[in-house]
Design a protein around this ligand. Structure first.
Ligand SMILES: *[C@@H]1O[C@H](CO)[C@@H](O)[C@H](O)[C@H]1NC(C)=O
Ligand SMILES: *[C@@H]1O[C@H](CO)[C@@H](O)[C@H](O)[C@H]1NC(C)=O
Length: 525
């Protein structure tokens, strides 16, 4: 069967169909052969396992990723606090609190929406959330009035190619407080803990309560002490993960999550007063407006709360800005059908947008809601009719010359399938999934032999000389890692030095988990 929407739920697939109809008259199409569908359940298990390979701290007895060992056991000592645990963000050994919190929020959202489709894997998915939430709780509560937002000097770290188990660069501790505010990172951490609280509401009510209490305090701090963390924390952490979009988006996002977790309407009053109305066509660790709008659409559509209608309309504007063929689309697609937003780690935008499409479609289906992208209606009825059919879509290009019906020359725009190998190179961009996948990812722990295989220490420059520059494949297969992905021509060189395309990140995977759970529940092999 051929599925062709960005990674979407059945209902969002309908959206794409609409877009296909739109673009029939003026499209230039290319052909991609596709048959069958990926093994979503396998990909789901791997996407969750990935997080074990990113763990910092003391690893538990049930650690299944054996090429990793304990690391960062004295993290926090520079500030006389225990900040062990948490996740390294990507292929380096720094713990960046801002993207770690976003990762936690997205993983949690995926479980809240699609945990029922994860079956036995929901325990592993919860464990992945808890590994981060435990760390974020420490970071937020060890010193009153202080939120620790990073461990590890990123410049020093990036000058070395060392396993986390060997790292000897300064483990500088970064923090925000009333005198050095960071509303962005505080509100994102509040979002993360509030979302995690929903994950553990039934599974561990006492833990869930602690998470909510801490989230509430962080949100109050974010509101009372406005500021961008990158302006205040010093070092170069802000240069790696600066909140370019400012902090209004995190205030909206954080209060939306707090509202869901607490049902306290003061958060609704607050977020309605924010006036965060910028148009957006992407969703990432930096800019959360689109995510907040879709999240608030849940309340507008599923709970029929009229006060949230403006956010529902803004969520639809976001969707119209990425659907191919939508009159207001501002989103580019590669010839092979991949949503293309940036030359830097593009798949993070693909997985995050796909999560929002899947989830908005779910809300549409539950509420029998329809909308249109300008004159083009998007209906739930269409969605349902198309849910089980083959759907094809064409990419609108500037040189639109194709006069034939696009159904004859098709491009699959199913983003999840693209990631899993339905693309021009026939390459899966998830390590360890499928027959062909990246062999030389930009990842220190994956590319240097494990402590088990090579117990002797491997120093900073030795790592570059013997492993970063090696022509051979990485010795440790980082199963489930989704890399930055191909460029605008669907090309992928599999080059360890090419971090834009070859580095995996926690937030790319975090958004994918929920989507894979949706598809695993819809298409059984
Ligand atoms: C709701 O939240 C506000 C602001 O955080 C707080 O002052 C108020 O006490 C809360 N209300 C309840 C019922 O918890
Ligand atoms: C869904 O909406 C359509 C059109 O708006 C309407 O005809 C139909 O009765 C609705 N179905 C339900 C179950 O509400």
């Amino acid at each position: 069967m051929v599925i062709c929407s960005r990674k979407m739920s059945s209902s969002s697939r309908a959206l794409v169909l609409i877009a296909a109809v739109l673009s029939v008259a003026s499209c230039s199409c290319s052909h991609v052969v596709a048959a069958g569908h990926p093994d979503y359940a396998d990909a789901l298990a791997k996407s969750i396992l990935f997080f074990q390979g990113q763990r910092s701290g003391r690893l538990p007895p049930d650690q299944a990723v054996k090429w990793r060992s304990n690391s960062g056991l004295s993290d926090g000592s520079a500030a006389n606090v225990d900040l062990t645990g948490g996740y390294y963000d990507g292929g380096d050994n720094v713990k960046f609190g801002f993207p770690m919190a976003f990762t936690t929020t997205m993983l949690s959202w995926g479980i809240v929406e699609y945990g029922g489709r994860m079956q036995g894997l929901v325990h592993d998915a919860r464990a992945a959330v808890r590994w981060a939430a435990d760390y974020l709780l420490k970071a937020a509560t060890r010193t009153p009035g202080v939120l620790y937002v990073g461990v590890g000097d990123p410049d020093a770290d990036h000058r070395c190619w060392e396993r986390p188990e060997d790292m000897d660069t300064p483990r500088t501790v970064y923090s925000v407080s009333a005198s050095n505010p960071g509303s962005d990172v505080a509100a994102e951490t509040a979002a993360a803990l509030a979302a995690a609280a929903l994950v553990f509401k039934a599974a561990d009510p006492a833990y869930s309560k602690r998470l909510v209490t801490t989230a509430r305090n962080l949100m109050a701090f974010a509101v009372q002490h406005p500021g961008k963390y990158s302006d205040h924390i010093g070092g170069d952490v802000g240069a790696y993960y600066a909140s370019y979009s400012g902090y209004q988006d995190e205030l909206l996002w954080g209060s939306a999550w707090l509202h869901w977790a607490t049902k306290n309407s003061s958060y609704l009053d607050y977020l309605n007063s924010l006036g965060a109305n910028d148009g957006v066509d992407m969703f990432s660790w930096d800019n959360k407006l689109a995510g907040a709008r879709v999240l608030l659409s849940r309340r507008a559509l599923v709970d029929r709360d009229r006060r949230l209608e403006p956010f529902r309309r803004q969520a639809e504007d976001f969707i119209c800005s990425i659907l191919p063929g939508s009159p207001s689309s501002t989103t580019q697609y590669t010839p092979g059908g991949m949503m293309y937003k940036s030359g830097q780690a593009n798949l993070q935008y693909v997985t995050s947008a796909s999560f929002l499409l899947t989830t908005f479609a779910k809300y549409m289906a539950v509420s029998n809601h329809t909308f249109s992208c300008q004159s083009v209606p998007v209906t739930a009825k269409t969605l349902r009719a198309l849910a089980k059919k083959q759907v094809y879509i064409c990419v609108v290009t500037s040189s639109s010359s194709c006069m034939e019906p696009c159904m004859d020359k098709r491009v699959r725009l199913h983003q999840v399938d693209y990631i899993l190998g339905k693309n021009p190179l026939g390459m899966s961009y998830m390590v360890g999934y499928g027959a062909r996948f990246p062999q030389k990812i930009h990842h220190r722990a994956s590319s240097v032999p494990s402590v088990g295989a090579h117990p002797a220490r491997i120093g900073c420059q030795e790592g570059f000389r013997d492993y970063f520059n090696a022509a051979s494949a990485n010795p440790n297969v980082h199963i489930g890692a989704v890399v930055g992905g191909p460029d605008q021509h669907d090309a992928f060189p599999d080059d360890r030095g090419d971090y834009d395309r070859s580095e995996p990140t926690t937030y790319t995977n975090a958004a994918l988990v929920g989507c894979l759970a949706y598809f695993a529940g819809s298409y059984k092999n």
